[in-house]
Design a protein around this ligand. Structure first.
Ligand code: FES
Length: 122
């Protein structure tokens, strides 16, 4: 019994690890929508960008490296702007023309609407 108590005490007294790995059940293999509408962004000619493809970044619409722990199978899309211009970058992460918005967010909004209506009539 004393051995069990010592073992339990040793478990409690271990300092927490600084960077706990995210359990694989919490990692996503599919992108999540960061928002339902696209981001309007001004791009600078010749500058390199990394568009967040997983949806977990806190610096939307750009990558902050969160995919490494939250969605390791999804990589950001790197691109270089060819000229100074304002563009609409996808936030729903369902676009077929990444990183630009192609209107797919309308489908996401519609699906959310259908889900909420089904919830009302349950
Ligand atoms: S925000 Fe994703 S397609 Fe428009």
């Amino acid at each position: 019994m004393i051995r069990n108590l010592m073992w339990a005490f040793s478990l409690q007294c271990k300092p927490p690890k600084r960077h706990l790995p995210v359990p694989c059940c919490l990692q996503s293999t599919q992108p999540v929508a960061a928002a339902r509408l696209p981001y309007r962004v001004k791009l600078s000619a010749g500058k390199r960008y990394a568009w967040c493809a997983c949806g977990h970044s806190k610096k939307q619409p750009f990558c902050d490296g969160t995919h490494v722990s939250k969605a390791p199978t999804i990589q950001p899309l790197r691109f270089t702007a060819d000229k100074d211009k304002a563009v609409m970058l996808c936030a729903c992460k369902q676009t077929k023309g990444a990183p630009y918005c192609d209107g797919s967010h309308l489908k996401v909004i519609f699906q959310d609407l259908v889900k909420s209506i089904k919830g009302v009539f349950k």
